[in-house]
Design a protein around this ligand. Structure first.
Ligand code: HEM
Length: 481
């Protein structure tokens, strides 16, 4: 019976006449993910093979059919124009046993929409401006810690360093907590936060399996996160909320905005678990994505000294224009850094595949194919970012890919580091700002080159979805006189 069921599932794309990749009997087309490949690179193989031949290619995660759009027009329709058909991601969560998992990223339907409306005001440019000074205080400390490493003559372990910086930024901006990870890694915040990605409860493959069997997963009481992670965040958020309410403490951070929604009696009210899940996702999504971006950015700057010099000169020129004052306006004026960060996000998008699920049948325009209700979609952002049609010589690190002219001449959805449409990353502004602060603080006074200890070429992996280098990147640092 089981074999028949599996065979029937694996005949899905053939029955519909959609070109497809032959699946492995158990894993579908995801046999090598986690072990040899990250999901973005795997999907890239299918994208390259079927682009121009069929608007979607059919694959399977385990037994579930997944459509991979290979046509940029279709990508735009799914993410933006016909979003009403594709408002959910279809990712697993289990509100009852793992409250952290019922967050904005995983929520579906009306609940997602209401939550998104409530949370969007948290991330306006006005709010970012308010957080600027707090962020820059952490960045200055980051600069002084680099100075210490520089004076010691040791190489810089770039992953840990960047993670410590972004952990402290998000710790203070999201929770109002001085996490002090830059002083020492031996604090619970850093250790537990890092463990989510270093030692995830499930690998990418198993997380995909949970997406396939969501209902059964909930019945069997599967969780996305380890018990110690759930306990830690529940305790820390509970203690901080109780303290602020009892002592009438108000701060300009994300938690304060969530507390306001928690204490209101109006329609916008959040329960404690809803508050907890959002505080958690801001923390989790907020530090690792920016930290990994900074890591790849400094790696590329070390490999491309002329670009590194150009960024440093640009910082100095803009600062001079702003009377030497590092203000929010001066940072916004540093356009070449935006180009460098965008090029980093193009080459190394932290999230290499965007997920969607069809909530109703969808006929693909100008074709006979119908994406049926319940079908998963994997938008191949990593593959699109490495497509020579949009980026000539895609393996070259070239910030000029983001000159005004170049951006104008490309479809907007050819650049998807934050996704697109109503489900675009809610924290994109914050992520970009903290990454930019890291670049400024890291580059003003120091020059970087690749240490011989760094293995080349870089091998990419993704544990728990976020792309990162498999081996440690070590950099040499020199002071700039
Ligand atoms: C460089 C930094 C970041 C990158 C590259 C990034 C990337 C992404 C991507 C690709 C998505 C999925 C979008 C889609 O499916 O269309 C996403 C969603 C999300 N991100 Fe980010 N992110 C970053 C920073 C942040 C920060 C700082 C926060 C919070 C403080 C955050 C919170 C979220 C949340 C809550 C969602 C789910 C949004 C929804 O479904 O409505 N991210 N992010």
């Amino acid at each position: 019976m089981l074999v028949l069921w599996i065979r029937r599932n694996y005949a899905y794309w053939k029955r519909l006449g959609v070109p497809y990749e032959e699946p492995h009997f158990l894993y579908g087309n995801f046999k090598n993910v986690d072990r040899y490949q990250h999901d973005g690179q795997l999907i890239q193989e299918f994208y390259r093979k079927y682009k121009g031949k069929s608007p979607p290619v059919g694959i399977y995660t385990f037994f579930k059919p997944v459509a991979v759009p290979t046509d940029i027009g279709l990508v735009k329709n799914i993410l933006i124009k016909d979003f009403n058909f594709f408002h959910d991601r279809g990712t697993f969560y289990n509100e009852k046993d793992d409250p952290l998992s019922a967050n904005l990223f995983n929520e579906t339907g009306l609940k997602w929409k209401q939550l998104r409306n409530k949370l969007s005001p948290t991330f306006t440019s006005g709010k970012m401006k308010m957080m600027f000074t707090t962020m820059w205080d952490v960045a200055k400390k980051f600069e002084s810690k680099i100075d210490e490493v520089c004076k010691s003559g040791e190489d810089l372990h770039i992953r840990k360093f960047m993670a410590r910086f972004t952990m402290d930024v998000i710790g203070t901006c999201a929770f109002g907590l001085e996490t002090n990870s830059l002083d020492s890694e031996n604090n619970e915040f850093f250790q537990v936060g890092m463990s989510i990605f270093e030692n995830p409860k499930h690998g990418t493959r198993f997380a995909f399996l949970l997406n396939v069997f969501g209902e059964y997963g909930r019945k069997l009481r599967f969780k996305l996160f380890r018990d110690e992670v759930i306990k830690f965040y529940t305790r820390i958020v509970r203690e901080t909320v109780d303290y602020r309410l009892a002592n009438h403490v108000e701060r300009s951070d994300f938690l304060q905005l969530l507390i306001r929604l928690y204490t209101t009696n109006g329609e916008d009210k959040l329960s404690f678990n809803e508050l907890l899940a959002q505080a958690f996702v801001f923390h989790m999504a907020g530090f690792e994505t920016s930290s990994t971006t900074l890591q790849f950015c400094f790696y590329e700057l070390a490999c491309n000294p002329e670009i590194q010099d150009r960024v440093r000169n640009h910082i100095n020129e803009v600062l001079e224009k702003h009377n030497g004052q590092l203000t929010y306006e001066a940072v916004m004026d540093m356009k070449y850094i935006d180009q460098v960060i965008n090029e980093t996000l193009r080459k190394y998008p932290p999230v290499g595949v965007l997920q969607r699920e069809a909530s109703q049948d969808y006929k693909i325009p100008n074709s006979d194919f119908v994406l049926e209700k319940g079908i998963s979609l994997f938008i191949p952002s990593y593959a699109i970012h490495h497509d020579p049609e949009f980026y000539p010589n895609p393996s070259k690190f070239n910030p000029d890919n983001f000159s005004e002219e170049a951006v104008k001449n490309r479809p907007s959805v050819a650049f998807l580091p934050f996704g697109e449409g109503p489900r675009i990353c809610i924290g994109a502004r914050f992520g970009l700002l903290q990454t930019k602060m890291g670049v400024i603080a890291g580059l003003r006074k120091f020059r970087y080159s690749l240490s011989p200890r760094t293995k080349q070429p870089l091998k990419l992996i993704s544990k728990f979805f976020v792309l990162r280098p498999d081996d440690v990147i070590w950099l040499n640092i020199e002071p700039i006189s």
